[in-house]
Design a protein around this ligand. Structure first.
Ligand SMILES: [Fe+2]
Length: 169
């Protein structure tokens, strides 16, 4: 019989893998962004948060009795996928990167809302509290990107038209 706890465990494993993927995505952006210091600084801050989130999720998994090796392997697969997606350099990569990150953050918001509800239903209140800690971090990152996207696009468009100036990153 599948229990509410089994479902929660499965979803926590997926969230952990998602954060490993997120780390790869953000790391690649921090490495590549050159001419958009505000964006790089914000992405760097969220990279730190993402690593902390991974640790919190690992703690939740341990609490439910999961073997760390079982979720590390899944994470590694997601990370490999992330690298292959984000190594692609295009002329407008800074804008594409912002779109991808924004979409990813909005997905994360939904995932943590789902996890919080699942934790509540399973009676795992510590895990519910951890989701409530992570959720506002994802919301803040998504809101920042939403707010700064028009400005980023303006900067990009202005740089594109300048001779001898690199716009792409
Ligand atoms: Fe995030």
């Amino acid at each position: 019989m599948t229990t509410a706890r089994d479902v929660l465990l499965d979803w926590l494993r997926n969230a952990h893998a998602m954060e490993i993927h997120g780390e790869e995505m953000l790391k690649s952006q921090v490495r590549r962004i050159e001419h958009y210091p505000q964006l790089r600084e914000r992405v760097e801050r969220h990279l730190v948060e993402t690593r902390e989130q991974q640790a919190m999720l690992a703690q939740c998994l341990k609490q439910l009795g999961a073997e760390p090796s079982a979720f590390k392997e899944l994470g590694a697969r997601f990370a490999a996928l992330g690298q292959s997606l984000f190594q692609v350099a295009s002329a407008d990569e800074v804008v594409k990167g912002a779109i991808t990150t924004s979409a990813f953050e909005h997905m994360e918001i939904t995932v943590y809302r789902t996890l919080a509800a699942a934790a509540k239903a399973a009676g795992e209140h510590d895990i519910e509290r951890i989701c409530a800690t992570i959720l506002p971090q994802e919301q803040a990152m998504a809101a920042w990107l939403d707010e700064h996207l028009p400005e980023l696009v303006e900067q990009y468009m202005a740089r594109v038209e300048l001779p001898d100036v690199s716009a792409k990153r």
